[in-house]
Design a protein around this ligand. Structure first.
Ligand code: UN1
Length: 503
C-alpha cells in the first residue's frame, strides 16, 4: 500500500468503526504508520483541563453506574464484545497500520479483546465475597466487593487495544468509570475503540461520560495520575514510566496497577524437545518484532544442547520474512520508530563489545522505505553482562549457557524484571522445580511453551520492576473494586470480640 493509500484506508476504517473524521490540519499530535513512517493525520491535543472535565463527567457517571446491578452492567461489555466481533477485521487492520503488527497479530489482539469481554460478562455474575465464621454467637461476617470509582488507564503502543480492553471490560462490570490515556504513538486505534464503546453504551443506555479517552502528551497523563478523584491508575509501559507514575499516585495514597518492563527468559534443558523449543523461542523472540512486554529476550541453554539449539535457531531466523506487516507472507514487521532501531543497534554493538558472538542478524533490513525494519538478532554471550540485564524493545535474543539447573535459575532470576518465563524440559523434576517457590521469580512461569502469548483467563503481570500488578483473568477483577467486611449481629446480645468486657 502506498503512503496515500494508508492514509485513505485509515480514514475509511475510522469512519466504518464510527470514529468519524477526527483529524484537524493544525493538530499538535501526529498519527503515523510505522509501516513507512508516513503521517496518517493530525489530531488536536487535549489539555489537563480536558482531563479534569473527563474525570468529573466519569465521576458523575460512576455514581449512576455503581447502582446498576452487576449482571446488567455486563450487558454493556457484551455489546462491546459483539461490536468487536463484527468489526474484528477492520480494527485488526487499523492495529496493523498504526502499530505495525502483522495481520495475524493485529487480528489476534482484537480476539484478545473479544475474549476478555466474554470473561467479563461471565464475571458480572460472579463478583463474590466470602462468608466467614464469626467468633461471636448470633453473628455473621461477610465481605462484599463494591465499585471503586474512576479508573485511569494508561496504555502502551505495542498492545494499543487489548490492554485497554483488559482494564475497561473488568472495570465496567465492576461498576467503575474509565478515563483512558493511550500512547501518543497509537491514538487512532484508541479513538476507534472508544467509538465502539460509545456505540455499545448508546445501545444499553449507559450514563454519558462513563468511559472516555483523552489524547495528549505527558501533561495529560500527569493530570490523570494526579487527580484525587481517580482511586486506581492502571499503567502499562516502561519501568521508567512506572517509576514516574507510582510515587505520584502514592503521594495521594491512590492505588496503582503496574504492568512494566520484562526481560523474559527460557531455560532449555538437556531433555528438551528441540523442535518445540525452537518454535516456541522463535515466536516469542521475533513475534511483534520483539515488541511485547512478554517477548523472549534471553535463552539459557544447557551446554550439552547449546550448539544444536543455536544452529537450529539460526537456521529458523534465516527463513523469516521481513517487510510490510500487511503482506500475508511477512512474519517480522517494523519497529515502532527510529529510536527503537537506535536502541536495537546500540544493544547489538554493546553485546559484541562485551564479548558476545553475533550469530545472526543485527542490522537494518530493507522493508518498506521510510519504515524502521531490522533483522532479528541472536547474540551468544559469554556472561550475563549489563546490556543483557536491560530490556531492549526489539527482536534481540541473547543466548547464555549453563551446566546445572541451580545455575540456570540463578541466571534466570538475576535481572531486575520479573514478568514471564519458560522452561523447555521433559524432566518432571526440572519442570516442577522451575515453577516452584525456588524456581522462576516471575509472575508467569511456563513449561514447554514460550514466554509470550498468554491467554486472558489467567492473571497477567509480574514481579520486581515489572510492577507487581495483575490484570485480565483469575481474580484480577478485585483490583478494580473495594472490599468491605461486614459483621452482622442477629442476636439480642452485644458480645465484644476478643472477650473484651466493657461496662
Ligand atoms: C504486552 O506486551 O503489553 O502475553 C501484553 C502476551 C499478550 C499480552 C502482552 N497476551 O504476549
Amino acid at each position: 500500500m502506498s503512503t496515500l493509500d494508508l492514509s485513505t484506508r485509515t480514514r475509511e476504517i475510522l469512519s466504518a468503526l464510527g470514529a468519524g473524521d477526527p483529524f484537524t490540519d493544525d493538530g499538535a499530535l501526529v498519527a503515523r504508520s510505522p509501516i513507512d513512517g508516513s503521517e496518517l493525520g493530525r489530531l488536536a491535543a487535549q489539555s489537563p483541563d480536558d482531563v479534569a472535565a473527563a474525570v468529573g463527567a466519569a465521576q458523575t457517571a460512576f455514581e449512576a453506574w455503581r447502582v446498576v446491578p452487576a449482571p446488567v452492567r455486563g450487558h454493556l461489555v457484551r455489546e462491546l464484545g459483539e461490536l468487536l466481533r463484527e468489526h474484528k477485521e477492520l480494527l485488526g487492520e487499523l492495529v496493523s497500520i498504526e502499530a505495525g503488527k502483522i495481520r495475524s497479530e493485529g487480528l489476534g489482539e482484537v480476539q484478545e479483546m473479544i475474549d476478555i469481554c466474554e470473561f467479563a460478562v461471565g464475571l458480572s455474575r460472579q463478583l463474590h465475597g466470602l462468608t466467614i465464621a464469626s467468633e461471636r454467637p448470633g453473628h455473621r461476617m461477610m465481605e462484599q466487593w463494591h465499585p471503586l470509582g474512576v479508573v485511569g488507564v494508561i496504555s502502551a503502543f505495542n498492545f494499543p487495544v487489548a490492554v485497554w480492553s483488559w482494564n475497561a471490560a473488568l472495570a465496567l462490570v465492576a461498576g467503575d468509570a474509565v478515563v483512558w490515556k493511550p500512547s501518543e504513538k497509537t491514538l487512532l486505534t484508541a479513538l476507534a475503540c472508544q467509538a465502539l464503546l460509545d456505540e455499545a453504551a448508546r445501545r444499553v443506555g449507559a450514563p454519558a461520560g462513563l468511559a472516555s479517552v483523552v489524547v495528549g502528551d505527558a501533561a495529560v497523563g500527569e493530570a490523570l495520575v494526579d487527580d484525587p478523584r481517580v482511586p486506581l491508575v492502571s499503567a502499562t509501559g516502561s519501568t521508567r514510566m512506572g517509576k514516574l507514575v507510582a510515587p505520584r499516585v502514592a503521594a495521594r495514597l491512590g492505588r496503582c496497577l503496574l504492568e512494566l518492563g520484562g526481560n523474559n527468559a527460557a531455560i532449555v534443558a538437556p531433555s528438551a524437545d528441540l523442535d518445540l523449543a525452537v518454535r516456541g523461542i522463535v515466536f516469542s523472540a521475533v513475534g511483534t518484532a520483539g515488541q511485547r512486554c512478554t517477548s523472549l529476550r534471553r535463552v539459557i541453554v544447557h551446554e550439552s544442547v547449546h550448539d544444536e539449539l543455536v544452529a537450529r535457531l539460526s537456521k529458523a531466523y534465516g527463513t523469516l520474512s521481513i517487510g510490510s506487516p500487511l503482506d500475508a507472507a511477512t512474519l517480522v514487521g517494523p519497529l515502532v520508530d527510529d529510536a527503537a532501531t537506535d536502541g536495537f543497534l546500540a544493544a547489538v554493538a554493546q553485546a559484541q563489545a562485551d564479548g558476545g558472538h553475533l550469530v545472526t542478524g543485527g542490522g537494518r533490513a530493507d522493508g518498506v522505505a521510510g519504515g524502521q525494519y531490522v533483522v532479528p538478532a541472536i547474540v551468544d554471550m559469554p556472561a550475563q553482562t549489563d546490556i543483557v540485564k536491560q530490556e531492549t524493545f526489539a527482536p534481540l535474543l541473547y543466548v547464555l549457557t549453563y551446566r546445572d539447573l541451580d545455575e540456570a535459575i540463578a541466571l534466570h532470576n538475576e535481572v531486575a524484571q520479573g514478568l514471564s518465563s519458560a522452561i523447555f524440559t521433559l524432566d518432571v523434576r526440572e519442570a516442577e522445580t522451575f515453577t516452584s517457590a525456588t524456581g522462576s521469580d516471575c509472575g508467569i512461569a511456563n513449561v514447554n511453551i514460550g514466554t509470550s502469548g498468554a491467554e486472558i483467563g489467567g492473571a497477567f503481570g509480574g514481579e520486581k520492576e515489572t510492577g507487581g500488578g495483575r490484570e485480565s483473568g483469575s481474580d484480577a477483577w478485585k483490583a478494580y473494586m473495594r472490599r468491605t467486611t461486614n459483621t452482622i449481629n442477629y442476636s439480642t446480645e452485644l458480645p465484644l470480640a476478643q472477650g473484651v468486657e466493657f461496662g
